[in-house]
Write a protein that binds this ligand. Structure first.
Ligand SMILES: Cc1cc2nc3c(=O)[nH]c(=O)nc-3n(C[C@H](O)[C@H](O)[C@H](O)COP(=O)(O)OP(=O)(O)OC[C@H]3O[C@@H](n4cnc5c(N)ncnc54)[C@H](O)[C@@H]3O)c2cc1C
Length: 446
C-alpha cells in the first residue's frame, strides 16, 4: 500500500482493501524531494510530522510501522514492489496533473503481473459520479451541490487483519519536524471535536477572521489525516450552521472534480475570453503584497498572517486575492504560486479553483466586475479591528472605526496613535477606485 495524501488508517478505502485482500502488507511512504522542496516551511513540517504520526499509530495498532523511502516514486515504488515480490499495489488516487503523471509512471514501471488497485480516499465522492440530469459534471456549483447531496454514499469498509511488514526505511532528511499543528489523525480528530462545539454557529462566525469560527481542518483534509466522509458524518446537517459547513466539503469535491476533468484549469482560464488579459508587470507591487505592505490594513494583516503561520482565514484569502488581481492587475497565477508555497493546506485543486474564482476567470466564478472593496470588507468582517491589530501592530493604537483606512485620518489623529504614513505604515499603493477603473478596462475584452 502506497500512502500519499491519505495519511490515516481509519476510513481509508485503499488501506481497507489492501489489509482485507492480502495476507501481508507493506505500508510505504515515499518522500519525494520535488514535493518536499516545493512545500514552504509550514506544509513541509506538517507533512513530515504527519508521516511520523502515521508510523507511530501503525506501530501501536499493528506492531509494525511505515516503510519510508526517499526519491522519485516512479523508481522507488516499483523497486519496493520487486523487493517483496508483491502481486498488487494499492493506493488512493489524486486529481492534480502532477499526481496523474507521476502515478502513470509508477504504474508503467510495475512488473506486468502486478495489479495496480486505485481507490478514492481523499474526496467525499470520486470524480465522475456526481452528475447532473444531462449526465455531465456541472460547471456551476449549485447544480453540482444538488447532485452531490443526492449521490449515495456507500460506506468505506474497516481495515482487515493483514500482517503488516516493515522493511528498512532509508531517509536522509530529518523527520523531527516541529509541526505548526498537532499532527496525525489524533490531532485531526481533536480539531474536529473542538469544531463540533461551535459548528452550530458556523453560519454566523465563518466570515470573521478575528475569531476561531471555522474548523481549521483544511490541512488535515489535504494530507488525509482526516477522512472527508468522517468529517461529514461527525458534523452532520442537523442545524443550518452544520449544513453550511458540509456544503463547503462539496466545494472541495467540486474543485477537485473540475481539475480532474479539465486539467488545463491549473494554468488557464475556463473561458478563452480571459486568455489575453494584459496583466501588469509590477514586481514592486507584487512584493509589497507578499510582504503585507500595501497600505490596506486588512490585506496586509492577511499576508502577514500567511507569512508568519502558513494560514490565512478564508474571507481574508478572498480579499487579498481580489486585491492582487483586481487592484494591482497582477496575474492570478503569481498569487496562486505564492499561496501554494506558503499555505499549510496548499493544495492544487483548491488553490487553483479559488484563485480562478477570485480572478473571475474560472467556472462559476465571481463575475469579473464584482470587485471587493478592501475597506468595506474590513469594516464588515473585522468590525472591531482585532484581526488587523494582531497582525499589523503598528496600527494597534487606532480605534476600531479608524483602523480600516488610516489615510482618511488627519495627521494629528494619526500621530496621537503613533502612526506616520509613509514612515511607520505605508500609504495605500493604489487608489482603489482608480484601480477598479483600470481593471474594468483591462478585463472588458470584447
Ligand atoms: C485565494 C484562495 C486560495 C485558497 N487556497 C486553498 C488551498 O490551497 N487549500 C485549501 O484547502 N483551501 C484553499 N482555499 C479555501 C479556503 O480558504 C480554505 O479551505 C479554508 O479557509 C480552510 O479553513 P477551514 O478548514 O477552517 O475551513 P472551514 O470553513 O471550516 O471549511 C471546512 C472545509 O471545507 C473546505 N472548504 C472551505 N472553503 C472552501 C473553498 N472556498 N473552496 C474549497 N474548499 C473549501 C476545506 O476543506 C475546509 O477545511 C482557498 C481560498 C481562497 C479564496
Amino acid at each position: 500500500m502506497w500512502f500519499r495524501r491519505d495519511l490515516r488508517i481509519d476510513d481509508n478505502p485503499a488501506w481497507s482493501a489492501a489489509t482485507s485482500e492480502c495476507s501481508k502488507v507493506v505500508a510505504l511512504f515515499v518522500l519525494d524531494p520535488r514535493l518536499l522542496n516545493a512545500a514552504g516551511p509550514f506544509r513541509r513540517r506538517q507533512l513530515l510530522a504527519n508521516v511520523v504520526a502515521l508510523d507511530e499509530e501503525l506501530r501501536e495498532r499493528t506492531g509494525a510501522g511505515l516503510t519510508i523511502r526517499e526519491g522519485n516514486p516512479a523508481e522507488v515504488v516499483p523497486a519496493v514492489v520487486a523487493e517483496v515480490a508483491s502481486d498488487a499495489l494499492f493506493f488512493n488516487v489524486d486529481v492534480s496533473p502532477f499526481s496523474t503523471r507521476r502515478d502513470g509512471l509508477v504504474v508503467a514501471g510495475l512488473p506486468s503481473d502486478v495489479e495496480p488497485r486505485r481507490f478514492y480516499g481523499t474526496l467525499v465522492h470520486p470524480p465522475g459520479v456526481v452528475l447532473t440530469k444531462n449526465g455531465a459534471l456541472s460547471k456551476v456549483f449549485t447544480p453540482f451541490w444538488r447532485a452531490w447531496t443526492a449521490t449515495p454514499l456507500v460506506p468505506w469498509p474497516a481495515p482487515g487483519p493483514a500482517e503488516i511488514v516493515a522493511l528498512a526505511s532509508t531517509v536522509s532528511v530529518s523527520l523531527d519536524a516541529d509541526p505548526p499543528m498537532v499532527p496525525g489523525s489524533a490531532g485531526a480528530l481533536a480539531r474536529l471535536e473542538e469544531f463540533v462545539t461551535h459548528a452550530d454557529r458556523y453560519g454566523d462566525e465563518r466570515d470573521r477572521p478575528g475569531i476561531r469560527g471555522t474548523s481549521m481542518l483544511s490541512a488535515d483534509l489535504k494530507y488525509g489525516t482526516l477522512s472527508p466522509r468522517t468529517a461529514l458524518d461527525v458534523v452532520g446537517e442537523s442545524t443550518p450552521g452544520r449544513a453550511a459547513w458540509c456544503r463547503q466539503l462539496a466545494w472541495r469535491d467540486w474543485y477537485a472534480h473540475l481539475l480532474a476533468e479539465y486539467p488545463m484549469l491549473e494554468r488557464e482560464p475556463m473561458s478563452e475570453r480571459y486568455r489575453d488579459v494584459d496583466w501588469a508587470d509590477d514586481p514592486e507591487a507584487l512584493e509589497a503584497w507578499k510582504q503585507g505592505l500595501t497600505g490596506y490594513p486588512l490585506v496586509d494583516a492577511g499576508m502577514r498572517e500567511l507569512a508568519a503561520t502558513g494560514w490565512m482565514h478564508n474571507r481574508v484569502r478572498m480579499v487579498t486575492a481580489s486585491f492582487l488581481v483586481k487592484d494591482l492587475l497582477i496575474d492570478w497565477r503569481l498569487g496562486e504560486a505564492h499561496f501554494r508555497h506558503l499555505l499549510i493546506d496548499g493544495d492544487t485543486p483548491q488553490n487553483v479553483g479559488n484563485w480562478q474564482w477570485s480572478a473571475g476567470t474560472g467556472p462559476d466564478a465571481a463575475p469579473y466586475h464584482r470587485i471587493m472593496n478592501p475597506v468595506l470588507q474590513s469594516r464588515k468582517f473585522d468590525t472591531d479591528g482585532d484581526y488587523i491589530r494582531k497582525w499589523v501592530p503598528e496600527l494597534a493604537g487606532l480605534q476600531a472605526r479608524d483602523v480600516h483606512a488610516p489615510w482618511e485620518l488627519a495627521p494629528l489623529d494619526l500621530a496621537t496613535a503613533g502612526v506616520t504614513l509613509g514612515d511607520t505604515y505605508p500609504w495605500p499603493i493604489v487608489d482603489h477606485f482608480e484601480a477598479r477603473q483600470k481593471f474594468m478596462t483591462a478585463f472588458r475584452l470584447e
